[in-house]
Design a binder for this molecule. Structure first.
Ligand code: SAM
Length: 247
């Protein structure tokens, strides 16, 4: 069924995280029929759109031009235009720009519709073999300020933790995590959906050794097992937790 593009609507459209086949029919229809696509990097998005023969005009929308671009885009919505926002890869708003635009659009009474698709965090999590019923997404760890605190929180986190990391920081991050949490199961998911996709499974220290021996290239998601619930209770003064779920 063909969906009518709704006037005054911001569509938050997920795009592939590597494999161009990972985009829904609906996303292509929306991208092909909105008035304008706000893209994090217009050259990156052009590759995808050309692949599918989509000629919708693109405007750039990235962190550094957000303040200038948002009023223009919101004005389009207020006058009945339709806008799709996409990022370089995956779901806009997840470690990518979109949040500020979504908030501004809602504040001005526009409709916001999410068009779901790929995201690296869920792609890694569901194949990790680590518990999926409760998890936390931590995005990228801070490089300096607040890093130690955040790593301490992750060490005391009973839910599965999902992190994004770059190849040149992964050794440092695994080292910091190993020091803070001892040995815990973890999965390094690399180049998901792409030719050199790889899942390295082991403990945090085993992954650290592996990274030292064979530095990983490309894009990385790190999935880490939560700590023992009793240990978490002790660390957060919630040792009286009497829940009887499967944790
Ligand atoms: N919005 C995206 C999403 O929904 O997943 C995330 C964008 S964030 C700027 C980019 C980070 O996502 C990369 O540094 C990496 O940690 C992760 N990532 C993106 N694509 C990936 C892939 N194909 N394989 C592994 N990790 C990926």
């Amino acid at each position: 069924m063909t969906e009518t593009i709704q006037p005054g609507t911001l569509y938050v459209v997920s795009t592939p995280i590597g494999n161009l086949g990972d985009i829904t029919h609906r996303a292509l229809h929306i991208l092909g029929n909105v008035d304008v696509i706000a893209a994090e990097d217009t050259r990156t998005s052009r590759v995808l759109l050309d692949h599918y023969g989509i000629t919708t005009p693109l405007v750039s929308y990235f962190l550094q031009n957000e303040l200038r671009r948002i009023p223009e885009l919101v004005q389009r919505l207020k006058t009945g235009g339709s806008v799709a926002v996409v990022s370089d890869a995956g779901t806009p708003g997840i470690s990518d720009p979109a949040f500020a635009l979504v908030r501004a659009a809602l504040q001005e009474g526009a409709q916001v519709i999410s068009v779901p698709g790929a995201s690296a965090m869920l792609t890694a999590l569901v194949a990790s073999g680590l518990p999926t019923e409760r998890f936390v997404f931590e995005g990228f760890l801070p490089h300096k300020k607040g890093r130690k605190t955040r790593i301490g929180q992750i060490a005391g986190e009973p839910r599965t933790v999902v992190l994004y990391e770059s190849p040149h920081r992964i050794e440092r991050t695994l080292g910091d995590l190993a020091e803070a949490m001892g040995d815990r199961r973890a999965v390094l998911a690399r180049e998901l959906t792409k030719k050199f996709e790889e899942m390295r499974r082991g403990t945090v220290s085993e992954l650290l050794d592996g990274v030292r021996n064979a530095p990983p290239r490309g894009e990385i998601v790190l999935v880490i097992e939560g700590c023992d619930r009793r240990q978490a209770g002790a660390q957060t003064d919630e040792g009286e937790d009497k829940e009887t779920d499967h944790g």
